[in-house]
Design a protein around this ligand. Structure first.
Ligand SMILES: *Cc1c(COP(=O)(O)O)cnc(C)c1O
Length: 404
């Protein structure tokens, strides 16, 4: 590493709050599926800013759309209409089949909105303020207090108790554990269609269908968090579209704006008409013209480039290559995932392997301590998968060799 880069890292450690143990690299620019650090070293990127930069770096059409919008207007208030938000709302309705959208600045805020929607929906039915939400163990919904309250990872929550009240936890894909938590006060069952941070666990079709039936029967809202698994990553625009089961409320963010901070929560007409009303919820930035110009362009580009067909093809290829690799090493227990949201579960912590990969110019990330997660830009090609597998194979072999 150059002295200059080391200097910047030292400065960062003096100024930024130490909430991350960062890798020792300062990224400077990107090009397609590659990142470059400030020393000019090139990296193949299988993280995409954690499932964000779906269309690749320096996408010209995307960058031009943002530049044009910057020259027109970046921000107005939600007290007025703006064209990019109207366009983006129309398009996100089309790709999701949902009816009403509220734009936020982040995933966590979308989750907050979904929680408020569920509580208000139940409140309008019985006037009570003691409703319960069932969330899942090993889930991840964000770091704000509401989102943290439904995040099924006690490590993230402990120091910040008390959480918001009346949250119960069940196990993904164990319908009986959900049914056991249901009471007359339950207003929502909430989960990620594919658990991301918790280790790449897709919901099973049987689980999705049973939860849907339960929610229909008892007028409970089914909330799906599609922040990581949505926007094409599983080969459908939203992962739930694989199951023939539609949520009442869903959240999205990450790849929605491909790098511009934006999220959204969406709902059916029925929920929209019977929950949040004027004065109940708001945001200064959410859905501003710049963010929505990004959303609008992202959705256009997904369609023009037929990103879904591409993900289905390359995702299948990644799955095969990861299966092969898992077969080569006894320390790899399992491959899990769908499309370009994949995980390799190891029998040991993976931090060492990820560090070795960084040295060799491959950016990977973990999900939990023992799982390597693969969330590359959705535009990767088979040859990038081959390059990644070759480097990863070397890293795993070296890490294994060192242990013996
Ligand atoms: C990243 C993530 C969030 C939180 O999104 P932020 O934009 O970081 O607030 C919520 N849910 C899931 C499933 C996520 O992957």
């Amino acid at each position: 590493m150059s002295a200059e880069m080391q200097n910047y890292i030292d400065e960062a450690e003096k100024a930024l709050l130490h909430t991350y143990n960062r890798y020792q690299v300062v990224f400077d620019r990107g090009e397609g599926v590659y990142l470059y650090d400030m020393d000019g070293k090139k990296y193949l990127d299988f993280v995409a800013g954690i499932a964000v930069f779906a269309l690749g770096y320096r996408n010209e059409a995307y960058n031009d759309a943002l530049k044009n919008q910057i020259d027109k207007i970046i921000h107005t208030s939600n007290y007025y209409y703006n064209l990019p938000a109207i366009e983006a709302a129309k398009k996100i309705k089309e790709i999701s089949g949902m009816d009403r959208v509220f734009f936020t600045n982040s995933g966590a805020e979308a989750v907050e909105g979904a929680i408020k929607t569920a509580r208000k929906y139940a409140y309008l039915k019985d006037g009570c303020t003691d409703h319960e939400i069932i969330a899942m163990n090993h889930s991840f919904h964000g770091r704000t207090m509401g989102a943290l309250s439904v995040t099924g990872n006690p490590h993230y929550r402990e120091a910040f108790e008390p959480m918001i009240g009346n949250i119960k936890f069940a196990d993904l894909n164990d319908f009986d554990s959900v049914a056991a938590q249901v009471t007359d006060k339950t207003c929502a069952v909430m989960f990620e269609t594919v658990q991301g941070e918790g280790g790449i666990h897709p919901a099973s079709e049987a689980f999705m269908k049973k939860v849907r039936a339960l929610c229909d029967e008892r007028d409970i809202l089914m909330i799906l968090d599609e922040i990581q698994c949505g926007m094409g990553r599983t080969g459908r625009m939203f992962a739930w579209q694989r199951y023939g089961v539609k949520p009442d409320v869903m959240t999205t963010a990450k790849a929605l704006g491909c790098g511009v901070p934006v999220g959204a929560f969406l709902m059916t007409e029925k929920v929209g008409a019977n929950s949040l009303a004027a004065g109940d919820h708001g945001t200064t930035y959410g859905g501003n013209p710049l963010a929505c110009a990004a959303v609008s362009k992202v959705i256009d580009l997904f369609q023009e480039q037929d990103v879904l067909a591409h993900v289905n093809r390359v995702g299948g290829y990644l799955e095969e290559r990861l299966n092969d690799l898992a077969g080569e090493f006894s320390c790899i227990k399992e491959r899990r995932g769908v499309g370009l949201l994949q995980g390799l579960a190891f029998d040991r912590p993976v931090g060492d392997i990820i560090k070795r990969a960084m040295d060799k110019g491959l950016v990977l990330i973990n999900a939990g301590t023992d799982i390597i997660r693969f969330v590359p830009p959705l535009i990767i090609e088979e040859k990038h998968v081959d390059d990644m597998i070759q480097i990863l194979r070397e890293c795993v072999a070296e890490a294994e060799g060192e242990r013996q």
